[in-house]
Write a protein that binds this ligand. Structure first.
Ligand code: WT7
Length: 649
């Protein structure tokens, strides 16, 4: 298949092979390469091995029900018990959570202390009328009360829906409306890049947009810096905590197939895409992959720099590592703020064993150079992980050598909000690494790369990445795999179950998968995921805008960013006012984190003869790439003009 058909760039398969150091292999949780065969031979019952990593209140009858496609049917468990109570016998005084606040404040919670906090808030939620199965929305920055609230929900069988704190009031309303949520936990505000941002005003506005009354619990993060009045439906977190501290809250046994949480992500439509995770399958899967991929042990101090508002934070900051019983670092801001040495400082202070971060963070740190690392002791590191977007081999190398000293394996973990946990990555103590390729599918995961008619492509050729077999971390929506397929019934020529990931990929002769990027209208930038439709409709909503297309670009060596190509109606001129209105509209509809880095006005967008916008041409322009043959466009003459317009920006 050609890159034109896929509408993305293809890359060379990774060539270099690097074996993990023997020091790492000797202590690795998984050392046995026969695991790949075992999982293939004994699928699906072999998934017992994941379930063995969690505590069940009552055992399941079946590992996998082929009819309903549900995991661990008949079993009962509680996720909060797995993340807290079960560690109390042996680890009650071990630190569960270390919070690194922006202003050099630290708050630590041992497993016992965290359990008590969770029980207090669980009792408070009950008092506020929350019952098993109710949806509680959490719209909070990175403070300890966020994981506490998640686990409090889990303890009483309520379903949490965390909405990333950067989202706008409109986005919060849409998500609360979709889930029917009547209880919201938030903060008065938070600190971002030094300044205080208020949240309470925003959540009040969001609640006004709902057809029902919402009860709001407010955590005071800003202290005296920001005073606010509690309304009749508002409750102060601290007061609730004091009232309920010391109350024992019996955990609710949940069926394996019961919902643990909802999370919304961006799809191809303007509407948020709902992902529903189950208690048994999800918890088993994230615990198992934390053990297998991240090599996590209860004695480890572990830092994942993702925000809890995204799936990475759910799976590999809260549920996976706490279920393992590790010490988790929770960092308030972005890992490169407030100082350029912040990341190294936090690693040194906490003697972090395992670091899990994103290529965009690694790129930022790389630009700042190695001398900053040398001032800090990062020798505690044992394993490095990356997630969120393809990592280029040069950046991979830097991570491996400058950060990991050539001794820590790097796991390049491919997965999605829709998959719940890692699907494609090396096993760090077993499989060699190939910089630039995520790795082979994990044991038990069956992935292939196919063309538009559903046939497997040859090694090294680009195509659509599909997952052929269910796995325990799959959400409820994937029970019926056609739900999320771009075409009705999935790709042609497939019988049986298949999940179309909407990523382009290639597989090499050794079965290693190189991810090429999204093949749908979803955009990834700085780890954030946007539907181009949601951004474009926010732009087109501005008076005077006729058409818009949003792509990502890295022009002239700048950091990857969002490029909005905008056509105005004939009677309008490009003005500062329109630019400002576009920014405001995006902030209102999505949130400030979605502001485009460049707004480029153009008389026309490149189109096919049938009138479809050709994004690849825009992506090439925004990246300063060679454009190749554009003669098949309906308006090839626009390309030259677009080139000079883009360069001027
Ligand atoms: C999309 C999913 C997975 C949790 C965080 C992002 C891209 C993710 C990798 C990787 C290349 C990657 C894909 C995927 N992606 N990990 N290791 N290499 N690309 O979750 O926001 O749902 O985004 O992120 O394009 O489809 P998400």
């Amino acid at each position: 298949m050609t890159s034109d058909e896929l509408d993305i760039h293809t890359r060379e398969p990774a060539k270099e092979r690097i074996a993990p150091s023997s020091a790492f292999v000797e202590q690795a949780n998984i050392r046995d390469s026969s695991l790949y065969d075992t999982f293939e031979r004994e699928w699906p019952t072999v998934w017992n091995r994941a379930a063995e990593h969690v505590h069940w209140d009552s055992p399941y009858d079946h590992v996998f029900d082929e009819q309903t496609r549900e995991w661990f049917v008949g079993g009962e468990l509680n996720a909060a018990v797995n993340c807290l109570d079960r560690h109390l016998d042996e680890q009650k005084n071990q630190r569960a959570l270390v919070w690194e606040g922006l202003f050099d404040e630290q708050r630590t919670f041992t497993y016992l202390e965290l359990t008590r906090e969770v029980e207090a808030f669980a009792a408070a939620l009950r008092e506020l009328g929350v019952e098993e199965g109710d949806v509680v929305t959490l719209h909070m920055p990175m403070v300890p009360e966020l994981p506490i609230a998640m686990l409090a929900c889990a303890r009483i069988g309520a379903v949490h829906s965390v909405v990333y704190v950067g989202f706008s009031a409109d986005s919060l309303t849409t998500r609360m409306a979709e889930s029917g949520s009547e209880l919201l936990v938030t903060c008065d505000g938070y600190y971002q890049r030094g300044g205080a941002v208020s949240l309470k005003n925003k959540t009040d506005r969001a609640c006004l947009g709902l057809e029902w009354d919402v009860t709001t619990v407010v955590v005071d993060r800003l202290g005296e810096a920001y005073e606010y009045a509690l309304g009749p439906n508002d409750f102060d977190y601290k007061t609730l905590r004091e009232d309920h501290y010391g109350t024992e809250v019996e955990p609710v046994a949940r069926a394996a197939t019961d919902t643990l949480f909802l999370i919304y992500t961006s799809g191809t439509t303007g509407k948020p895409k709902r992902v529903t995770q189950t208690t048994g399958g999800y918890l088993s899967y994230v615990t198992w992959t934390s053990h297998a991929t991240l090599d996590l042990k209860p004695s480890d101090t572990y830092w994942c720099t993702a925000d809890i508002g995204w799936i990475t934070g759910h799976s590999y900051l809260v549920y996976g590592p706490l279920s393992i019983g590790a010490t988790v670092v929770l960092h308030e801001g972005r890992p490169e703020y407030p100082s350029k040495t912040r990341l190294w400082e936090v690693i040194e202070r906490n003697a972090v064993d395992i670091l899990y971060t994103s290529p965009s963070t690694i790129r930022t740190l790389m630009k700042r150079g190695e001398s900053y690392i040398d001032e800090y002791d990062t020798s505690s590191l044992r394993l490095l992980g990356t997630v969120g977007e393809p990592i280029n081999p040069r950046v991979w190398r830097w991570y491996y050598e400058a950060v990991g000293n050539g001794e820590c394996p790097v796991v390049d973990t491919w997965w999605q909000t829709e998959t719940g946990g890692h699907l494609i990555t090396t096993l760090p103590g077993v499989t060699d690494m190939k910089p630039g390729a995520a790795g082979p599918p994990l044991p038990g995961i069956s992935a292939s790369v196919v063309d538009a008619s559903g046939e497997s492509v040859d090694p090294g050729e680009g195509g659509y990445l599909v997952i052929d077999k269910p796995w325990p971390g799959m959400p409820q929506e994937l029970v019926d795999s056609t739900r999320w397929a771009s075409q009705e019934g999935g790709l042609p020529n497939t019988d049986g179950w298949q999940y179309v990931t909407e990523d382009g990929a290639l597989v090499d002769e050794d079965g290693y998968v190189t991810i090429l990027g999204r093949v749908d209208d979803v955009i990834k930038v700085s780890g954030y995921r946007f539907g181009s439709m949601e951004l474009e409709s926010a732009i087109v909503a501005v008076e005077g805008v006729a058409e818009a297309a949003v792509v990502t670009g890295t022009h002239d060596g700048h950091e990857r960013g969002l490029y909005a190509y905008v056509c105005l109606e004939d009677t309008y001129e490009r003005t500062k006012r329109i630019r400002k209105a576009i920014h405001e509209s995006i902030e209102r509809v999505v949130g400030p984190f979605a502001r485009p880095d460049a707004i480029i006005f153009t008389p026309e967008l490149p189109k096919t003869s049938s009138g479809k916008i050709v994004r690849r041409v825009l992506t090439d322009l925004a990246n300063g790439n060679d454009l190749g043959d554009t003669s098949s466009l309906r308006n090839p003459e626009i390309v030259g003009e677009l080139e000079s317009i883009t360069r001027e920006n």
